[in-house]
Ligand binder design. Structure first.
Ligand SMILES: Nc1nc2c(ncn2[C@@H]2O[C@H](COP(=O)(O)OP(=O)(O)OP(=O)(O)O)[C@@H](O)[C@H]2O)c(=O)[nH]1
Length: 317
């Protein structure tokens, strides 16, 4: 009965012994292996932890973090480990969640390892949607807290997009959104980088363990890429990008740090729009403080229960 139940699940599940070796694999796991380059493999006896270590050695930082998390659960240091990680195929931008839990059976300390495909993707652009981004952001902040590194976030908004829709129609507008999404995801080069559609013509790019100086180069490169495309919005304007950039050094485990980071990037984006669009703005703490209205906005946003930043006043056209 246990086997039938676990085989009926969509999640890919294995059970590991005390050494990290697979002693059980469900039907979805086997099917996933067949579709992704491991057909006819007898999974029982495969050293899962060693495979994760090998991925880490080849430079995959998410795999290194997973290996460490699994070892902590194996040693009893932690009860569980969770991570969202990219697993893109040739045709699809895919994300999975990894959940690892310890349990005891017949006196043996075992691990249940569950990989579940995340379906929170935006159907127009193929990028993760806002819900998956929020999850990824919280994930990245915890990772940065452990690694004592900075996290940079870009809030990216298309300029004159409404004009393009009004002038050339929504089908053309949709094509533009796909082109912008492709340009942004080309700059999400590391496994831990997360590009997402935040809503409408607004996108985000999250760069873990990245100081703001490095993020600034990437933001400029995205902005330039769109400028070079010279996509007409109407007779007068081209579709360009305004980008608000912010950085945080998560340290205190403040549960609102995700909202603070979004609010700071949002205030910077507002400045980019206000200064004339088609630019990247990164506000220092001093500049943020000198913007009383936006600062107040940020603080309000940080106090809100969701990650939706405070409404932005629209700059005059
Ligand atoms: N084609 C298309 N349009 C969308 C989609 N989602 C939102 N929009 C449109 O995107 C536009 C966004 O409006 P604004 O951000 O005010 O337009 P904008 O011209 O870029 O304004 P600025 O940012 O001030 O330059 C609205 O006209 C929405 O109807 C979508 O999925 N497809």
């Amino acid at each position: 009965m246990f086997r039938t139940l676990v085989d009926a699940l969509d999640a890919n599940i294995v059970v590991l012994d005390e050494r990290g070796v697979i002693i059980f694999a469900n039907a979805s796991w086997i099917e996933f292996g067949e579709e992704n380059g491991s057909p006819n493999l007898d999974w029982i006896g495969v050293d899962y932890l060693q495979a994760v270590d090998q991925a880490a050695e080849s430079g995959d930082s998410m795999a290194a973090e997973a290996a460490e998390g699994i070892r902590r659960v194996l040693s009893g240091e932690d009860e569980s480990f969770e991570q969202i990680y990219p697993c893109h195929s040739q045709n699809e931008y895919r994300f999975y969640s990894l959940k690892v839990r310890a349990f005891v059976e017949d006196g043996r300390h075992l691990l249940a390892v569950c990989h579940t495909r995340q379906m929170n993707m935006d159907s127009l652009t193929g990028l993760p949607n806002r819900q998956l981004f929020s999850h990824g952001l919280r994930n990245e902040l915890s990772r940065a807290r452990r690694g004592h590194g900075p996290v940079s976030l870009m809030l990216i908004d298309a300029d004159y997009f409404k004009q393009a829709n009004d002038t050339y129609g929504h089908v053309f507008g949709d094509e533009c959104l796909r082109a912008i999404a492709a340009a942004i995801s080309r700059h999400a080069r590391r496994p831990s980088d997360l590009a997402a559609r935040y809503g409408g013509d607004e996108f985000v790019l999250l760069l873990g363990m990245t100081p703001v100086e490095d993020a600034l180069h990437i933001a400029e490169s995205i902005r330039e890429e769109l400028e070079c495309m010279a996509i007409c919005a109407d007779g007068e304007h081209c579709i360009t990008l305004s980008i608000g950039l912010a950085q945080i050094h998560p340290s205190c485990g403040d549960l609102r740090e995700d909202e603070l980071l979004i609010a700071a990037a949002d205030a910077a984006l507002y400045e980019a729009k206000r200064k004339g669009r088609n630019r990247v703005v990164c506000l220092s703490d001093g500049e943020l403080a000198a913007l009383p209205a936006q600062r107040a906005c940020s603080v309000r946003a940080a106090g809100m229960s969701t990650t939706h930043a405070a409404p932005r006043p629209q700059p005059a056209r």
